[in-house]
Design a protein around this ligand. Structure first.
Ligand SMILES: Cc1ncc(COP(=O)(O)O)c(C=O)c1O
Length: 339
């Protein structure tokens, strides 16, 4: 299979599995698991935060953060393409009872002016604007990277108005590797931020959510309540630490492959447009010469090539540790055949 469905499709490497063997473990629920404690301290430092917690998934990081920052009836400002809107099963409404205020933005990003005009003046009639959520990189905008000063500027506007700020860092390290800007610079101005281990870093489980000690203390309530408090997580944390040691710099290879795919797609009659490729995500608009995206994806599967359908004529392809140049060649010839 030439699997461009997502960077979540990677299988743990042998070295990663071996890292589990020597993990020193205890009871994570009692803050007593040494390998997990090492990992969360390391991520807190990477993000410039005081404290952190290990969670099974990025979705749980977002949902726990929203629950800590908000009360039912509050409003969360984010872009229309945010993961919390399109892919968390209505979690913000179901779990925290909040409303979402989607901003159209551009390339998954908003300007300080857009955030400022989305913040409601205090009123008994309107919901309370309470939280700003941003996403680095922006998934449905083709892995676009927020410039650090813009990411900071929107946070500043929100904080000045008394809102909390949360950064979804599912692919924050892709941004750091692509630009050389350290993760803590992107997270500056945010009350909470997290990184994923199951995307480009190639782990099977895990994300680390970071913030102030007070934020993390409150977050533990939801971690326990929602069944995310675990036991000997050191075996998982050991994989994540291994990934931090060995799989971060190599994200540059994923970015180079994605750029190559984007360049080659632009020459195909089957494709009318490709979003600028900044990291490991390629989003292509299919031309009138081919059927709708769903049918194209079905035909591509016959060639053992997978992608994600993200619009009527739009497909997404993601590069990761388990695809290389030969897979890219198979992808291009499969898409070329569609027209
Ligand atoms: C931007 C973004 N946020 C959050 C998530 C959720 O992460 P998880 O799949 O670990 O729940 C994803 C997953 O792909 C994502 O792309």
């Amino acid at each position: 299979m030439h699997d461009f469905y997502s960077d979540t499709q990677t299988r743990p490497t042998r070295a990663m599995r071996e890292a589990m063997l020597d993990a020193e473990v205890g009871d994570e629920r009692h803050h007593d698991d040494p390998a997990t404690n090492d990992l969360i301290a390391r991520v807190a430092e990477m993000l410039g935060m005081e404290a952190a917690m290990f969670l099974p998934s990025g979705t749980m990081c977002n949902e726990v953060a929203i629950a800590v920052h908000c009360q039912p009836g509050d409003e969360v400002i984010c872009t229309r393409e945010s993961h919390i809107i399109f892919a968390e099963s209505g979690g913000p409404a179901a779990l925290s009872g909040v409303m979402l205020y989607p901003i159209d933005g551009e390339h998954g990003m908003m300007t300080p002016e857009e955030v400022s005009s989305a913040i409601r003046p205090p009123s008994a009639h309107a919901p309370r604007s309470r939280l700003l959520c941003t996403e680095q990189t922006s998934n449905l905008a083709g892995g676009a990277i927020w410039p650090a000063d813009q990411l900071r500027a929107v946070a500043d506007v929100a904080r000045e108005a008394g809102l909390a700020t949360h950064l979804d860092g599912a692919r924050l390290l892709n941004a750091s590797v692509a630009t050389g800007v350290p993760a803590h610079e992107y997270a500056a101005g945010y009350d909470s931020a997290w990184i994923a281990f199951t995307k480009g870093l190639g782990c099977p489980v895990g994300a680390v959510l970071a913030g102030s000690q007070e934020f993390i203390d409150k977050a533990w309530l939801f971690k326990r309540r929602w069944g995310g408090a675990m036991r000997q997580t050191g075996v998982l944390a050991a994989m994540c630490s291994h990934a931090l040691d060995h799989h971060v710099e190599r994200l540059a290879e994923d970015h180079a492959l994605a750029r190559d795919i984007g360049d080659r797609l632009r020459d195909l009659p089957a494709v009318s447009d490709v979003m600028p490729v900044e990291t490991n995500i390629v989003i292509a608009e299919l031309s009138d010469a081919v059927p709708e995206a769903r049918e194209c994806a079905r035909r591509m599967r016959e060639d053992n090539v997978t992608c994600t359908v993200v619009g009527r004529k739009r497909i997404r392809m993601v590069t990761h540790m388990d695809v290389g140049q030969a897979d890219a060649d198979a992808l291009i010839s499969s898409i070329a055949k569609l027209a």
